[in-house]
Design a protein around this ligand. Structure first.
Ligand code: SF4
Length: 374
């Protein structure tokens, strides 16, 4: 079911350069997803998502192993607490395919990574002791790569905690292996049992390109919705995949047609080996805005955001000379809503590539609407 060696793909079997790339960061693709790819086309966007590319080898030193410094928000092995209301549990180091641009590739390079949750009791105790936590994200890796009985245990125990309202499952399974959802009635029952009228399960799906929205993928998302889950989508902006307004716009439109809200478009993180996949922030913003311009209101709900160490920064606007960011969420609550203005740098891939801010507006709404906020 999974292809993990270059030699298993006849069209690439002789590619010694790709073997070398895969020895650094492994190849993994489901046979279902491989069938969606034209392996003879070096520009096939789905191939760029999941098949090794020779440029990774030459540019491996670019980027860092933990670009958002997640380690600094890790309160227990496998549990991150960055924003007051939300914790992230890394419950799995398995995915149904390995994205070449993954920002957590450290989990797959080091299979014994200490970052994956081992002590569920301790994590639940931490959540119980923090009544401000209303959201728990189950991710990794991929939450739906956990066995259904193991997922059942985690969901059931989280549902016993009164102050946890939303449980989010981070997953690319609907794109990489929709059969995992469609053919597991136990999983669908579990989603139904865990989705309450007042306490929802959110599926944080990860479709990068409209071609991933196959009839099976749509069926998988529809099945999850019928069980009461809310399905939203988040995608990074990836060079050669969705860095074209027509493609990104089509993705937004199709998602909205199928009832999946476009939620975030992420600036691709400067993780190790990601140089071939990143798009500079300012170019990305223009692609994102042009794509939104093609869409109806329901299709243009995504925010273009950078998951920085300091928090989630929305890329709000560009002028001739300046770029404007806003703290959508801030690790330090005092920064929430702050607006940062920088001199433009078309080569910037990350906030750190900008010089000092030209201006910081501490009370953003106060500054913009002084007549409302007195
Ligand atoms: S599905 Fe997510 S965690 Fe898994 S390889 Fe892709 S980006 Fe990384």
């Amino acid at each position: 079911m999974f292809i993990t060696k270059i030699g298993q793909i006849p069209a690439l079997a002789e590619r010694e350069d790709l073997r070398k790339v895969a020895s650094r960061y492994p190849l993994k693709v489901s046979s279902y997803y491989l069938d969606l790819i034209d392996v003879h086309d070096p520009h096939d966007p789905l191939a760029r998502i999941v098949l090794p590319h020779q440029d990774e080898f030459w540019e491996w030193e670019w980027g860092s192993i933990d670009p958002s410094k997640e380690g600094e928000y890790t309160v227990l092995e496998g549990l991150q607490h960055k924003y007051d209301s939300t914790v992230l549990m890394l419950i799995s180091n398995q995915c149904a395919g390995l994205c070449r641009y993954c920002f957590r590739k450290r989990l797959f390079i080091n299979k014994k990574s200490p970052e994956v949750l081992k002590d569920l009791d301790a994590a639940l105790r931490y959540i119980k002791e923090h009544p401000e936590i209303t959201n728990v994200i189950l991710s990794g890796g991929d939450a739906l790569m956990l066995s259904t009985p193991k997922l059942r245990e985690i969901l059931a125990r989280l549902r016993e905690i009164q102050h946890v309202h939303i449980i989010r499952l981070g997953t690319k399974v609907p794109a990489y292996l929709p059969q995992r959802i469609i053919s597991d009635q136990d999983l669908l029952n579990l989603i139904q049992e865990s989705s309450w009228p007042t306490k929802k399960i959110y599926i944080m799906a990860h479709f990068d390109h409209p071609r991933e929205l196959t009839p099976l993928a749509i069926q998988a998302c529809h099945s999850l919705m019928r069980c009461g889950a809310v399905v939203v989508n988040q995608t990074p902006l990836i060079r050669g995949v969705n860095d074209d307004p027509q493609v990104l716009g089509e993705l937004f439109k199709k998602l909205s047609f199928y009832g999946i809200a476009p939620y975030y478009v992420f600036q691709c993180r400067p993780a190790l080996g990601n140089r071939p996949y990143v798009v500079p922030i300012e170019e990305g913003y223009q692609i994102f805005e042009a794509a939104r311009g093609l869409c109806s209101g329901l299709a243009k709900r995504a925010r273009f955001t950078m998951s920085h160490f300091l928090g989630k920064l929305e890329i709000l606007a560009l002028t001739e000379e300046q770029i404007i960011f806003k703290f959508h969420r801030a690790a330090d609550n005092r920064n929430t809503g702050k607006i940062l203005v920088y001199e433009r740098n078309p080569e910037a891939y990350w906030l750190d590539d900008y010089a000092k801010p030209l201006a910081v507006h501490p009370l953003a709404y106060d500054t913009l609407f002084p007549s409302i906020y007195v």
